[in-house]
Design a protein around this ligand. Sequence first.
Ligand SMILES: Cc1cc2nc3c(=O)[nH]c(=O)nc-3n(C[C@H](O)[C@H](O)[C@H](O)COP(=O)(O)OP(=O)(O)OC[C@H]3O[C@@H](n4cnc5c(N)ncnc54)[C@H](O)[C@@H]3O)c2cc1C
Length: 534
Amino acid sequence: MSHEYDGIILGTGHNALVLQAYMARSGLRVLAVDRALVPGGGLATIENPRVPGFRHNTHSFFHRALTAMPWYRDLELERHGAHYIEPELNIALILPDGRALEWWTNFEKTVESFGEFSKKDAASLRRWVEEFRPIVERILIPEAQSPPLPPDERRELLGRSPLGRRLLEVAALSPLEFVIREFEHDVVRAGLLFFNGLREIDLRLAGFGQSIPALLAGRHLAQMCEGGSANLAQALVKDIREHGSEVLTGVEIERILVRSGRVTGIRLAGGETINAKAFVASGLNPQQTFLQMLDADAVRTDIRDKAAGFQYNTLAPLFTLNLALHEPPLFSAAEQRPELNRAFMVIVGLERFAQFHDIVAAHERGEIPGTVMWGACPTLFDAGQAPPGKHTAFMWEKVPYALRGSPSNWEAEKETHGKTLFNVLARFAPNLRQQVVIDSFTRSPVDTERAFPNMKFGDLLVGSFANNQIGSNRPFPGAGSYRTPVEGLYLCGGSTHPGGNITGLCGYNAARVLASDLGLPVWWNPPQLNPESI
Ligand SMILES: Cc1cc2nc3c(=O)[nH]c(=O)nc-3n(C[C@H](O)[C@H](O)[C@H](O)COP(=O)(O)OP(=O)(O)OC[C@H]3O[C@@H](n4cnc5c(N)ncnc54)[C@H](O)[C@@H]3O)c2cc1C
């Protein structure tokens, strides 16, 4: 490691690595620095320390439409060893009476499954997919893959075309209103909200009515990285190193250094200084970047106040049960529907639309809601994630960060709560007796925050979409286009547009802004959102 680079990036989450790879391919020498021992942030796969050979994806696992991301192609990640699987029966909501709402990569099979619950809902599904596909492809995808436009400019641009006006009209609803208005069956309504909404945004928020039809109309569903999510991070690191840049892990960053209003580098906890000739970019959250890492006099007070006011999702934190198994879960419902034993994402405990209100109310009270959980058995699709013939599985559940008023209550609760999840799963998959379990461990929202402090309050999306924290106002007005008020300091993590999850688009868009500011040639082909195309 040297003591001077063209650029320094804080954190090695996937967005940081995507930005670094584009800058490295643009000819800059860039260093990415992380406190974690392994690069990749949420692209984490760990070897079970008690039973070797079992690999667990302790953070992200379902990577939606990842192979369609422009950076996946531009950075030649398959050449660097990344491979993705998109299982056919992509999502199954299994009901206690053996019925299942199924979501297939083959759209006709999904329509058929919806039709088993309601013919009217099956017709609505088809109608919305047909209507929204051009909106997704000509507006929403280019928008997510570009630096955000200011809200007035965006509204004016969308208002110029029928597709844009339709998008604005649907967006004015909340996801809840959309589902109630367009679908009639209780299970379909519950399933749609869960498949599409609960992971991403507060379903009660007006202004997000497009989220469900947009997800319905997407061409790709959930995908998994062969070998484990960490393989995607490794492929990114390979590309970075191949282009002469470096990744440094296991070190604490103490300060972002600023002289005369311009960023000059960073100081590590040991006192070592590393200079950045052109830029420093932060893949961390706004409180870390503006309040912890910068001296108070390096940023205006109003910016510090805005950073302090950045909000996190109440409904995002997860509890996880990880299992190492002798055999995969075998669902009793599969006696009637054999395909369920090959379902990728499995949801259990969800039967009624009204459960959403119960889940929200429990979160607001700081209590664990009635168990609704989802997960997968990765080894059904990728046998290499466990020793021969053995399996891994996991289940996730949305739970409050401050349990009964305090996050510290999770430590005492974890083991018992893990047993609750196991027992619920075993009711659906009765072969899961204790003898089938080789090992298990749990993770609470506090463990998430401990591993990745940028996921404050266990918010895995690194910031809410409420509080107007979207588009060019994400994380807050004045820092919403990856640029900050400190010259040479940029943002690139999930707290920026288009937000958390494994999309890599925060880093991808930040690369375009940096290339423009630094006068670098744009060697890739970013999409353009313009009136002619919509
Ligand atoms: C249990 C769980 C399950 C999830 N499942 C999915 C899923 O299936 N699909 C999906 O799309 N998303 C999922 N996510 C969300 C996804 O992991 C995140 O939204 C995503 O990783 C955010 O990416 P990022 O680039 O902002 O950085 P992150 O992945 O959050 O990485 C940030 C990096 O910064 C480092 N860092 C933090 N603080 C400091 C500091 N002070 N100094 C130096 N380095 C620091 C961290 O060590 C980390 O490496 C899940 C998250 C969790 C917790």
